[in-house]
Design a protein around this ligand. Structure first.
Ligand SMILES: Cc1ncc(COP(=O)(O)O)c(C=O)c1O
Length: 352
């Protein structure tokens, strides 16, 4: 089904085509050449972090981060119940075990529930800034210090939120705040972690390319063409965030006071505009018939076949996943689009 108002659409309003054309004209189409480095430097500079390591996706960024920190079989990683499954899968890919913690009312990991999940096997806490809301990073970093743990921030949905963890991992998938079509990047202050992630990303080749590989590694490289798009997007990140702030403001205004809609707390940066709704599934069908695409909230991790746990209460995550969904949210969304969408929602609930 194609929608007049898709939930997401890339916004390529800058120098993307110029840079891609330059990369292709210069023959730099693999992961070699200047664009990957330029993107890594520019994105790291924007975030005020020393090192960037670009890779093929947000999922592979998380995998590289965990591997570089030495996470492997026998280890445990604290992961939120309410997240996209890639946060947990990255842990499973390393051979370690994700240990899930329920979310608070802002959908982010409930920091007060983390400590009881820490065991002698715990190595990393992996908070996720859900839908662009920053986790309570001060409290998480304090806990990590207290228990000698490392922290990996899953910032897939939060470009513009300043990283503070050992490593922050971003997705550049087409529906993200900035995109390369597909792609990811890890940021860190630690040059050894950066070097390790770059090494693991590129098949653990030695510098002399002797074809001796001392570690099990990956081909998680980003191509120049992806980096060319990502660089152009990074140059416009401030503008993109500003436009998205305006989109959030307009949705706030258009949805305020509707009986049946529960607004969510404000976001630090807007990835997706999330709401909770009475008769949600009926509303979604009604909107779909009007050409408006929406998406459900994430399903809790302990309700996923791969991590199913019949005993786990995950009270908040389950509660939110039952009535939450998000509305079309992309940088090019216009005031008219939003007026139409909020107007349809008002009509559904018979609101003035
Ligand atoms: C919170 C979160 N983590 C990780 C990912 C994985 O990113 P990617 O799709 O680029 O692998 C996503 C998005 O898909 C996400 O929303």
């Amino acid at each position: 089904m194609s929608f007049t108002h898709p939930v997401s659409r890339p916004w390529l309003g800058g120098r993307e085509l110029d840079y891609v054309t330059e990369a292709v004209s210069d023959g730099w189409i693999s992961s070699q050449g200047p664009y990957v480095r330029r993107f890594e430097e520019e994105f790291a500079r924007y975030n005020g972090v020393a090192h960037g390591v670009a890779c093929s996706s947000g999922t592979t960024a998380l995998t590289l981060a965990l591997r570089a920190l030495g996470v492997g079989p026998g280890d445990e990683v604290i992961v939120p119940e309410f997240t996209m499954i890639a946060s947990a899968w990255a842990v499973t890919y390393t051979g370690a075990t994700p240990v899930f913690v329920d979310c608070g009312d802002d959908l982010n990991i409930d920091v007060s529930l983390i400590e009881e999940k820490i065991t002698p096997r715990t190595k990393v806490i992996l908070p996720v800034h859900i839908y662009g809301r920053r986790c309570d990073m001060d409290a998480i970093m304090d806990l990590a210090l207290q228990y000698n743990l490392r922290v990996v921030e899953d910032s897939a949905e939060a470009h513009g939120v300043r990283p503070v963890a050992d490593i922050a991992c971003f997705s550049l998938f087409a529906n993200k705040i900035i995109t390369a079509g597909e792609g990811g990047i890890c940021l860190t202050e630690d040059p050894r972690l950066a070097e390790q992630m770059a090494h693991l990303r590129a098949m653990a080749f030695t510098k002399d390319h002797s074809f001796l590989h001392k570690k099990l590694a990956y081909n998680f490289r980003m191509t120049s063409m992806q980096a060319a798009v990502a660089l152009a997007q990074t140059e416009r990140l401030d503008t993109i965030l500003e436009l998205r702030r305006e989109i959030e403001r307009r949705y706030d205004e258009g949805l305020r006071g509707i009986d049946g809609i529960t607004m969510m707390p404000p976001r630090d940066v807007l990835w997706m505009y999330d709401v909770r709704a009475e008769r949600r599934d009926e509303l979604r069908e009604f909107l779909a018939a009007e050409g408006v695409e929406t998406r459900l909230f994430f399903k809790p991790m302990s309700r996923q076949p791969g991590y199913y746990d019949a005993d786990w209460p995950s009270l908040n995550a389950s509660r939110f996943s039952e009535d939450g969904f998000y509305l079309p949210t992309h940088t090019g969304l216009t005031a008219e689009d939003q007026e139409f969408i909020t107007g349809r929602i008002r009509k559904f609930y018979g609101a003035a």
